[in-house]
Design a protein around this ligand. Structure first.
Ligand code: NAD
Ligand code: UDP
Length: 309
């Protein structure tokens, strides 16, 4: 297959690139390097089937030759990053998604969109199934990301209905693993880096808020399985193992052998109180289940960051 993958220099995009190339597919990797890192793609340069184009996907894009898939993973994803890139985040998910849907339509390619559990906002239903419509503050600080992704889902479904475009929408729950930018400000990277560097571990609020953490390899398997099924989605992909942030900090301390103290910082506005995926849809449709426990996935990630340091 010949695949245009946006956001390829980022955390998830670079793992997908590696898996596609390993299976003999061609990847045109498009990225503006705003939150991604060239080093994530360094190992693929010169490999048959790999092309990199530095491109802001908000701008129209044309690719010569046929395309089988347009896969849209470009977007800042870490809260501190998307808050500092507010308009860029809105635009890559709105105008960027539009440009890429147009390309998919012209090329008669299938379209794959990386959405997010942030669709559910600060959820009033727990766990969150795809049928839950969410609880998002449309004018709060996180709305540039949440509403941007909601729009991206809407326009993707509208192209599916208006043009019978073959589309897939996944709602990704907090995913972690090697190649996360150690400075991107998400909780897993912050806690691991702080523990490895002997610094205080930062907990926002009282640490009772929950998240459910998925290892990157499980996500990639879910993406491949959904590519093989004609179902527009949305489909939740996440690991239902749910932790409070205090529990997560305790586990990171145990696995790194750190005795660094925990310090409490203010809770960011509209920070969701709880989050856990209902993955029944992915289980029944794809026969997919996460297989990497948080303990194992964190151990692998800690080893990676140790080497990076
Ligand atoms: P990341 O920041 O590591 O990667 C995003 C990539 O998109 C970066 O390489 C960045 O440079 C690129 N990018 C941003 N704006 C662009 C633009 N206008 N044009 C071209 N490239 C652009 O983040 P990630 O964790 O790999 O996330 C990838 C996708 O998955 C995002 O769409 C994100 O919203 C979604 N997602 C991730 C998670 C997660 O836990 N990691 C959860 C839910 C959804
Ligand atoms: N968080 C924390 N310490 C940090 C970074 C984040 O306690 O150093 C909290 C944050 O307030 C949120 C949770 O961890 O409640 C997950 O944050 P992250 O930014 O990783 O992802 P998201 O909020 O998008 O789920």
């Amino acid at each position: 297959m010949r695949i245009l993958l946006t956001g390829a220099a980022g955390f998830i995009g670079s793992h997908l690139t590696g898996k596609f190339l390993a299976r003999g597919h061609s990847v045109i990797a498009a990225d503006n390097l705003s939150t991604g890192r060239e080093v994530n793609l360094a190992g693929f340069r010169g490999q048959p089937g790999f092309t990199f184009i530095q491109h802001d996907v908000v701008e129209p894009i044309d690719i010569s030759g046929e395309l089988d898939w347009v896969m849209h993973f470009a977007s800042p994803a870490s809260p501190p990053k998307y808050l500092s890139l507010s308009l860029q985040t809105l635009r890559v998910n709105s105008e960027g998604t539009y440009q890429l849907l147009e390309l998919a339509r012209r090329k008669r390619a299938r379209f794959f969109m990386a959405s997010t559990s942030e669709i559910y906002g600060n959820p009033l239903e727990h766990p969150q199934a795809e049928s839950y419509w969410g609880n998002v503050n449309a004018v709060g600080p996180r709305s540039i990301y949440d509403e941007g992704k909601r729009y991206a889902e809407t326009i993707t479904m509208a192209y599916h209905c208006a043009y019978q475009l073959s589309v897939r929408i996944i709602r990704i729950f907090n995913t972690y693993g090697p190649r996360l930018d150690p400075k991107d400000g998400r909780v897993v990277t912050n806690l691991i880096m702080q523990a490895l560097m002997g610094r205080e571990l930062t907990i926002y609020g009282d640490g009772s808020q929950t998240r459910s953490f998925q290892y990157i390899d499980d996500l990639v398997v879910g993406i491949f399985k959904l590519m093989g099924v004609e179902y527009p989605g949305p489909v939740n992909l996440g690991n239902p193992e749910e932790f409070t942030m205090l529990e997560l900090a305790g586990l990171v301390k145990e696995l790194t052998g750190s005795d660094a103290p925990i310090v409490y910082r203010p809770l960011p506005q509209d920070d969701p109180k709880q989050r856990r995926p209902d993955i029944s849809k992915a289980q029944s449709l794809l026969g997919w289940n996460p297989t990497v426990s948080v303990r194992d996935g964190l151990s692998r990630t800690i080893e990676h960051f140790r080497r990076e340091l």
